[in-house]
Design a protein around this ligand. Sequence first.
Ligand code: GCV
Length: 662
Amino acid sequence: MGFEQAWLSYRMIREDSEWRGIGRIYADEDDFIIGNAVRELQKAWSEMTGAALMLCPDSQKTHQAGSIIFRQDEGCGPEGYHVFEEDGNVVIAASTDCGWLYGAFELIHQMQMENPLSGMDIRKEPVMPLRMLNHWDNMDGSIERGYSGNSFFFENDEILIDERTVTYARLLASVGINGAVINNVNVKDAATWLITDRYFDKLRRLSEIFAGYGIKLFLSLNYAAPVELGQLDSADPLSEEVREWWKRRMQLVFGQIPNLGGFLIKADSEGRPGPFTYGRTHADGANMLAEAVEPYGGLIIWRCFVYNCKQDWRDYVTDRARSGYDNFIELDGAFRDNVILQIKNGPMDFQVREPVHPLFGGLKASNQILEVQIAQEYTGQQRHVCYLIPMFKEVLAFRTYAAKTDDTVMDIVSGKTFNQTKCGMAAVANTGNDENWTGHDLAAANLYGFGRLAFNPSATAEELATEWIVRTFGKDQEVREVLLFILMNSWKAYEMYNAPLGIGWMVNPAYHYGPSVDGYEYDRWGTYHRADHAGIGVDRSHHGTGYAGLYEEPNASMYDSPESCPDELLLFFHHMPYVHKLHSGKTVIQHVYDTHFEGVELVDEMVKRFEGLEGKLPDKAFGRMLERFQHQKEHAREWRDQINTYFYRKSGIADEKGRKIF
Ligand code: GCV
């Protein structure tokens, strides 16, 4: 299938733009990454000005005015750059190839926004060392929780490399993403064989393309590979034979794929194999692999999303929300330096609202990556619009109290709190082989925003949305205002017509889409929300599962009491009567009714404003979005009606505004 260029689709800039005065570039094109930077700038210039950017050899020491010049600047960190205007020239200064590449993309960004060239002076450095995408792509071409077509990495157990691969790498580099895990963390079937010679040639080529854009290739690894590849009887991490097997295997793999960054591992969770089978800990498992990849500078990224999906979680002693914490907290400090623990933003599973995972702040001596999900598994599956950057901003800004200062999640994952360098942020990717990459055109704002946010977490959600709109659809003011209104209200709207007050789920358990208030995924009967005729919510205070106590003070006390618990998380932490008054002054039940009506009204307003953009957006994109908006409009009503009816019947309490509930 053909594909579009997303935010790298260029349009002509104004006739009188000062950017048109730049007509030359001085560079040594033979350099691998610089060569890509030069080609990128030449493409952008020809498409935005209609004129070619002439390439002149870097050895020429006198530069004509109106040139782009690359300059060495040891003051810039490994991926940082300084882009500025000097006597009518543009200087891209950096200390590494990657810095020059990022500087080139910064220039293109500035030009797309038509920001002033004279006086331009931008110095940037990524705040998070690792900025990664995690693809859940299977080798048959399907994507677990994929909502934008099939994989563009795999098909029929083969690796695909084509023009799309290069455009993918360009898109990632343009927003500063520097690592990509290409296969699903649930490693099964052919994917187990990715570390065998069957796939080395293609993986090497792929990793070279990535390297040209400053991206490290990562793979998800099957913990039981020694057994499943048919060579050993055990995968016990303390067995000498198993350790040797991994060492030999990694020597082979890194010998064949030098640009490999390392591996991502899901172990002992949702049926995946892991060290528990041998009575060993996650530290034993992770350290064994870390030792094997260490000679090659490899990283082991070990996921903390660990829980037993076969267990009955209704019992108050075994709260699923505690599982990640309970499995890892005792192991803090026991991991080798090249192990990074990857922690989902919340303790459950990417719900529309969850508290921040208590391992952030709990872990003080382990490298950490924050995992978010831009694949909209629980947030409308890229049929509903849901711009997630405001949620990620809240997570990053959360004070953990792990230290006296610099203790937010952002401080931890940028390495500031515990003085670490192997940390950062990863997003479960929302891409596929759809023409527009992300199914819903507006979902591309999450991909764009994620990369830019990991690079610079102080950018606001609004700034990132605005940039994305202008770079994708141009500078028309109405387009900008309407799309910004939609994006900035979308998470709020989605939360309003979904599960209330942090309780989560209420989705069809098979697909995680559409309302099913009692939908429950485990073998035994139960609900996630524990509603009865008098109230709703899970008691995670010290009277209940004790989960609230896993946070550092004062967070623990704040969550433990319904009086101080923030409204939006009340039902996550407490089982409350329907008639309980929230801080907002409304009762729980009235909040449920009101938000569900208001959420639908907000969607109606979004759709009405969107319809007014007909003729102002490319027809294809407008049509694709309109179809999705029409579905969202109907589907939001279905959510509203099912949830309101359910709670009216359960509680017997009427809407005080007398609206028709069913
Ligand atoms: C890749 C949730 C999803 C699974 C996913 C899992 C994970 O449970 O529904 O599809 O598996 O999270 O993050 O490992």
